[in-house]
Design a protein. Structure first.
Length: 128
């Protein structure tokens, strides 16, 4: 398991780009699970999007890669996460569009580009 990777949606490749320390590309993934995450929006990059109307990488999740099966312990608690630089300067749960989501216990990054997360603990014990 790698500690502290940064992950963002690569719109050109239609996958998730995973960066290791120093922002060096580690891999591209169709789907991924992260644990103990921060959801970060760099305000300077967001302002550039608003000013220029062009997308740039300025929002990402930072956390630890977990085995794909790990998210099954959280399945009933996962909710869809959204980020739109034109609507809010933070990630948020789809069902709570006014409250920032700065951290999550588990994030599932799906093949279709959707993100699901929970801040709650797992229903079962964590695998070691």
């Amino acid at each position: 398991m790698l500690d502290c990777v940064k992950v963002y949606r690569n719109l050109n490749r239609k996958c998730w780009s995973v960066l290791e320390k120093g922002d060096r590309l580690l891999l591209h993934a169709d789907a991924l699970v992260l644990r103990d995450c921060e959801l970060i929006v760099q305000e300077g990059g967001r302002q550039r999007v608003l000013r220029e109307g062009k997308k740039n990488v300025h929002a990402f999740a930072r956390g630890t890669i977990a085995p794909m099966a790990w998210h099954h312990d959280f399945r009933s608690k996962l909710k869809r996460v959204l980020y739109n630089p034109y609507q809010a300067p933070f990630f948020l749960f789809e069902d709570n569009p006014t409250t920032p989501l700065p951290r999550a216990r588990c994030i599932l990054l799906n093949r279709d580009g959707r993100m699901y997360a929970t801040c709650e603990e797992a229903t079962n014990e964590e695998p070691s």
